[in-house]
Design a protein around this ligand. Structure first.
Ligand SMILES: Cc1ncc(COP(=O)(O)O)c(C=O)c1O
Length: 386
């Protein structure tokens, strides 16, 4: 059995030892229902509230509120539905978002457009940067909600939320931020940043899957998606105490994860240099250092299908990602690369390497050696098919 090299940290991250230890200790004891009145229940409640405060503080949530969810997908849905449903009953609603949001937001945009909302999608340039002038122009009109991600998951591009916040507020809107890819990658202080709602997920920062949160600025109220008395009526269902404890333990390590970012940038740059030495290749999301996280390399080799390369690398134990989502056997091109102006064929070639704190220089050397062997073979095979 070969060793695995995991360069897919934007898909999910390995559970960090701190989260694993916290969860293992908790699972060995008994976690009762935090709504139960007995001592066991109240002990679980205390742990849940401790975890809530820890997560809020880890992301600079200040006096805001953490509502537990099953992950960022649900947090995104709670933000959109929670803000838009009550307002749609009172009159027209308008949402401004971007063309490169996560598919969970793209789906919400489509659903809300069908429900009668005016949804404006902001363009990005060929490198995936948001056009602030276009944002300012779109926000000349009264708006209900602005929803812009903090870090683009396919490219690692960072979006200017601090600049967007006053524009959104001047238009009368609340600013929602899908911050899933930000914790541990960029310094994140939600309250001073000026956003009003933020979606978080544990498993992109060393925590377990199945737990996340919606952060709400103090005073911001959302209508629930799931009715129930839990979470102050904002999200029904018995809370995932174990997951919350895992998320809190992982988020306690955010400063350490952040401190690894300069090293990851060096490794990423070494990967890019090495890749360029292997022949013609295009880089997606090539922006200035301060406009990106530094741990993502998204590249396209002309004449090589991204998903094919992903599968070939996987056979040698290397985990990476192509932007394409497999839907019923067909490869949908990445909507992000299409938004950057690429043709569907170009967008299908994109391959994403996303590094994590576990990545070593030896991993990068191994992957480069493997690419040197695989690329000519894949190119020949694909040419022979044409
Ligand atoms: C930007 C972004 N938003 C939302 C999600 C969904 O997160 P979760 O898996 O917690 O639902 C992801 C996961 O890939 C993401 O990258």
């Amino acid at each position: 059995m070969f060793a695995m090299i995991y360069l897919d940290a934007n898909a999910t991250t390995p559970l960090c030892p701190e989260a694993a230890a916290a969860m293992t200790a908790a699972i060995a004891q008994f976690l009762a229902n935090p709504s139960s009145l007995h001592a066991r229940g109240q002990a679980a409640r205390a742990r849940l509230e401790q975890a809530r405060n820890a997560v809020r503080d880890a992301v600079g949530g200040g006096s805001g509120k953490i509502v537990w969810t099953s992950g960022a997908t649900e947090a995104n849905a709670l933000a959109w539905h929670g803000i838009l449903s009550p307002r749609l009953r009172q009159g027209p609603v308008r949402v401004v978002t971007t063309a490169v949001e996560h598919p969970s937001i793209v789906a919400l945009a489509t659903a809300w457009q069908q429900a009668g909302a005016d949804v404006v999608t902001l363009p990005v340039d060929s490198a995936g940067r948001l056009d602030l002038h276009a944002a300012a122009a779109a926000l000349q009109q009264p708006t209900t909600l602005v929803s812009v991600m903090a870090v683009q998951n396919e490219l690692g591009v960072v979006y200017p939320l601090a600049e967007l916040a006053p524009l959104a507020h001047a238009a009368g809107a609340l600013l929602h931020c899908d911050a899933t890819q930000a914790p541990g990658r960029i310094p994140l202080k939600l309250e001073p940043l000026g956003v009003d709602l933020a979606s978080l997920s544990a498993h992109k920062a060393g925590g377990p899957t199945g737990i996340g949160a919606l952060w709400l600025r103090r005073g911001v109220v959302v209508a629930p998606l799931v009715a129930g008395h839990q979470e102050d009526g904002l999200r029904g269902g018995t809370e995932n105490v174990l997951g919350a404890m895992g998320m809190a333990a992982a988020f306690a390590t955010l400063p350490t994860r952040l401190a690894t970012m300069p090293r990851l940038r060096q490794l990423r740059d070494a990967l890019w240099l090495g890749v360029q030495a292997l022949g013609p290749v295009a880089r997606n999301g090539a922006v200035a250092a301060h406009e990106e996280t530094g741990h993502v390399l998204n590249v396209a080799w002309p004449g090589i299908d991204g998903a094919r390369l992903v599968r070939a690398l996987d056979l040698d134990g290397v985990c990476v990602s192509s932007g394409a989502a497999c839907a019923s056997g067909t490869q949908e091109p990445s909507h992000v690369l299409v938004a950057c102006g690429q043709t569907p064929a170009q967008a299908r070639a994109g391959v994403r390497f996303s590094l994590g704190p576990e990545t070593t220089a030896a991993d990068i050397d191994t992957v480069l050696a493997l690419l040197a062997r695989l690329l000519p073979r894949l190119r020949d095979a694909q040419r022979a098919q044409l």
